[in-house]
Design a protein around this ligand. Sequence first.
Ligand SMILES: [Zn+2]
Length: 373
Amino acid sequence: MRKAVFIYSLELEEYHYPAEHPFNTIRAKKVREILNSMELLSGAGRREGAPEPASRVVLKKFHSARYLHALQTASKGKWDAEAINMGIGTSDCPVFPGMYEYSVLAAGGTLVGAKLILSGDADVAFNPSGGYHHAGPERASGFCYINDAALACITLAEAGKRVLYLDVDVHHGDGVAYAFYDRADVMTISFHENPKALFPGTGFEDEIGSGRGEGYCVNVPLPIGTYDEMYMKAFESIALPLITAYNPDVFVFELGADALAGDPLAHLYLTNNVYAEIIEHLLSFDKPVLMTGGGGYNVDNTARAWALAWSILCGAGTDNSTVGGVMLENVEWQGGLRDRILVPSNQQRKAVIAAIDAVIEAVKANVFSLHGL
Ligand SMILES: [Zn+2]
């Protein structure tokens, strides 16, 4: 039986991005409600754990003191040109009441997960309030202020673990990728929409790390319209051999759900069945998995995807046919956590197959030989 910890606290509900901002913290509350109603947060090795605010000492392992000070001061309502130059108070990263307290608590949830894995008290953990992969050492970016994913990888690596960071958010996991760009003890693999079409504009297949980290940063840019079958082909052709060769001790898995079809900020065509399949693959390595949330701007689809992801991660399986649309507060939805299969058009199929086959070949050529593949 897997020891599975779902990380959440009602305190997180006290904070909100501004109403007009696409990042909706209610997704974590919603996924918890779904899982509660399915009795998937207790019994059979499952439990809930509370986040603790990340300490300044830990935060400084990735962020500069100057940045943390500016963030905390801005959160109290005072910010200046210096803060704005660090991305604080922009339309993407607005200042809102409790911004610092929220970010530090949400990030602390991911760090609690890392600690539980290190102590052996959890085999798998999920912080749906985490996954702020765009934040830089001295930069708020892409709705992210504190980079919990990078901090978790640092914590695990400091404990001597070989870390495999996998990022399936539709946006390039730039903050984490660049944090470990010259290191071989944290391999980062990011699947994301083509940076030519989407923020943050980085994550091309020739960005492979440098120095000792050469070959330990892997980017898989995907064409507009990418659908399940071809996404899984890319995953199985690239990620699986690299993970096997790298032989990690632990996974940090950023599960932004904005690659789902219909996400208002992106242009891929996935169903949540892809996430279920990827988690099954990760579990097959029999190593701990620390999973975080991330993007996902269709609130209902994201909450359902994360509920499905947890049900697989904690070992409850996928037979959730008793959950109906009413329970999910969605009259459009007939039942179950899984999305219906989506059928791509012939034109879409043709374009996506050609583009993804080319990306697979490029990544293989750039990275595989560095790992004896
Ligand atoms: Zn995203």
